[in-house]
Write a protein that binds this ligand. Structure first.
Ligand SMILES: Cc1cc2nc3c(=O)[nH]c(=O)nc-3n(C[C@H](O)[C@H](O)[C@H](O)COP(=O)(O)O)c2cc1C
Length: 154
């Protein structure tokens, strides 16, 4: 049966979007046939979509030492409607930051800990200028989630 990988993200000025594009390219690697990749803007993503996902990737810029307001809105809306039914959900995290990113990472991890989601890859933070190595890491992140879901490793 095809599993769904949900990718929820926000980008205001395109940095996280570039990370997202690479993550999606990795997740949709043609060799992976058993996973459907579903991309949703944070402001549009719903609790039903989270409940229907086998895994989730979250992407955000760090703004003022925190996740973007759009991703916070996503958590505000889905937290209680998902709390009972998504425990153990495998997840990964990618963050675009000027020079830090840890505030956003820790804020998200507090929420995912409350939800009992399972981090199956380390958080990926790209700081400063985006470079090919960082974008290759993004592709690998997407590919890892998809491959792991297809192989039922997570
Ligand atoms: C309002 C605002 C607040 C920001 N706050 C932080 C911050 O606290 N830490 C940091 O490392 N970068 C910070 N940045 C830099 C952004 O994370 C960076 O520009 C990033 O590329 C924005 O992502 P986006 O292009 O996907 O919107 C901030 C940028 C803006 C516009």
């Amino acid at each position: 049966m095809t599993k769904r990988l949900l990718i929820v993200y926000h980008s205001a000025t395109g940095g996280t979007q570039r990370m997202l594009d690479a993550v999606v390219a990795g997740a949709r690697d043609p060799s992976i046939t058993g996973v459907e990749v579903c991309v949703r803007a944070a402001l549009a993503a719903s609790a039903a979509e989270v409940r229907g996902a086998a895994g989730i990737l979250l992407g955000t810029p760090e703004n003022f030492g925190y996740m973007s307001g759009a991703l916070k809105d996503f958590f505000d809306r889905i937290y209680y409607p998902c709390l009972e039914q998504t425990q153990g959900l495998p997840y990964g995290l990618f963050i675009r930051a000027g020079n830090d990113g840890l505030g956003a990472q820790h804020a998200i991890e507090r929420l995912t800990t409350g939800l009992r989601w399972r981090a199956v890859v380390p958080p990926l933070i790209l700081r400063g200028e985006l470079c090919d190595v960082g974008l290759a890491d993004c592709r690998l992140l997407g590919q890892t989630l998809s491959t792991g879901l297809e192989a039922a490793v997570f």
